[in-house]
Design a protein around this ligand. Structure first.
Ligand code: COA
Length: 375
């Protein structure tokens, strides 16, 4: 169905509900999780502390955190039936399809039978979504069946260790951890809204998260980080990038990783992720990708007053961490499951079915033609 006026479509500017989880600062500047700035959180907290904050509404003390981390570590393993299902998914499948299927299958094996279980189920997903992704990925690509034992206490360290089969450096774990914090929550974005719509029907948490994964997959939302990497990699020099972007703009192509529905001036997460991209670029002696990216940023601002969103430089960070491009959006899932779950809890806490109206633009009431009367 077409929307008559594009500018009024997409619920732009519509306040669709209340939330106490994330606040997008005035005029699109700043981002706060339960009142704490993402700058403070990335500087001082781990992803696990942030996940606890989102799920339980307060920063954990040391005992809370130790218990939370050990519960997550103890729930990394996958049931045999789920491993069996993952092994049947083709190597050519997109890893987002793997997570969507894996999440749904887990909901069938370990269903949420009462809302009192919601926190346990959220923790289970947080703990084992990385295992699902990497179990399938290593099995399909290398024929390796990973185990779920690891000395890495953090999700960031566990992910990098299981992906590469070796202990990651402390710098790489921190970069990954910061990225997980930045991706953890973002108010009423498309996938979170999807999770809330599903939750509002009184469905289960696995259905809500599965629906959210499907929504995140699209390139206008989470899929943009993969598309941004593919774009950056096309160019060998900044000048080539400038010419390529100018041509794309002339052709009215979308430049992935730029623009935002809510932010108007800049994405408050960008300076943090960009500084990590720069640091990792220097560490690995890159002389192409970072300069190309900066030139794309300059051209986009000069020509369109569009700024990079979180996905643009996140793509570079993941690339420098040695992560294959098709895994970029799935990493978004591993983090955002914390925010989605917090929204499931919040929606349930004050629920009403979400069912908007629509402006009808179809034909007027018409006489029903018998088969013999139809052209
Ligand atoms: N590249 C080129 N032009 C862009 C653009 C981009 N990344 N983002 C927006 N624009 C242009 C649009 O073409 C439109 O131009 P017009 O007024 O001449 O038609 C104008 O800017 C407004 O864009 P619109 O599509 O109405 O904004 P939106 O709020 O509906 O969309 C996004 C927001 C994020 C979907 C959009 O900026 C986009 O598609 N970005 C690329 C995908 C991406 O990075 N997504 C991740 C978001 S975190």
């Amino acid at each position: 169905m077409t929307v008559k006026n594009k500018k009024t479509g997409g619920l732009a500017g519509v306040v669709a509900g209340q939330t106490g989880i994330a606040m997008v600062g005035a005029q699109g500047k700043g981002l706060f999780y339960r009142g704490y700035s993402i700058h403070d959180l990335t500087e001082h907290s781990s992803f696990e502390e942030v996940a606890f904050l989102l799920l339980y509404g307060k920063l954990p003390n040391q005992t809370d955190l130790d218990h939370f981390v050990s519960r997550l570590i103890n729930q990394r393993a996958l049931p045999d039936e789920l491993k069996q299902t993952l092994r049947t998914i083709p190597a050519a499948a997109h890893p987002m399809d793997v997570l969507r299927t894996g999440c749904s299958m887990l909901g069938a094996l370990e269903p949420e039978t009462a809302f009192e279980q919601q926190a346990d189920k959220a923790e289970r997903l947080l703990a084992c979504l990385p295992s699902m992704l990497l179990y399938w990925y290593r099995f399909c690509n290398e024929g390796v069946e990973i185990d779920f034992e690891s000395a890495q206490p953090s999700i960031a360290g566990y992910f990098l260790e299981k992906l590469c089969g070796q202990e990651p450096s402390a710098t790489h774990v921190t970069a990954m951890d910061v990225s997980l914090i930045l991706y953890a929550e973002h108010e009423f974005n498309a996938s979170t809204f999807t999770a809330r719509v599903c939750t509002a029907t009184l469905s289960d948490i696995f259905s809500a998260i599965t629906a959210a994964i499907g929504t995140l997959r699209g390139p206008l939302h989470g899929g943009a980080n993969e598309a941004a990497m593919e774009l950056i990699e096309k160019f060998q020099t900044p000048d080539e990038a400038e010419a390529g972007i100018m041509k794309m703009l002339e052709d009215k192509s979308l430049i992935m990783g730029f623009g935002h529905r809510v932010y108007t001036v800049s994405d408050p997460r960008n300076d943090i992720v960009k500084s990590w991209a720069k640091r990792l670029s220097e560490e690995c002696g890159d002389a192409v990708l970072y300069p190309v990216s900066e030139r794309i940023e300059q051209v986009m601002w000069r020509e369109k007053k569009l700024f990079p969103n979180l996905d643009f430089y996140s793509a570079l960070v993941y690339h420098f961490l040695g992560i294959a491009t098709p895994l970029f959006t799935p990493i978004f899932v591993l983090s955002r499951v914390s925010g989605w779950s917090a929204h499931v809890f919040e929606q349930r806490g004050n629920n009403r079915l979400i069912r908007p109206g629509a402006e009808y633009i179809g034909p007027d009431e018409t006489t029903y033609p018998l088969m013999s009367e139809r052209e």
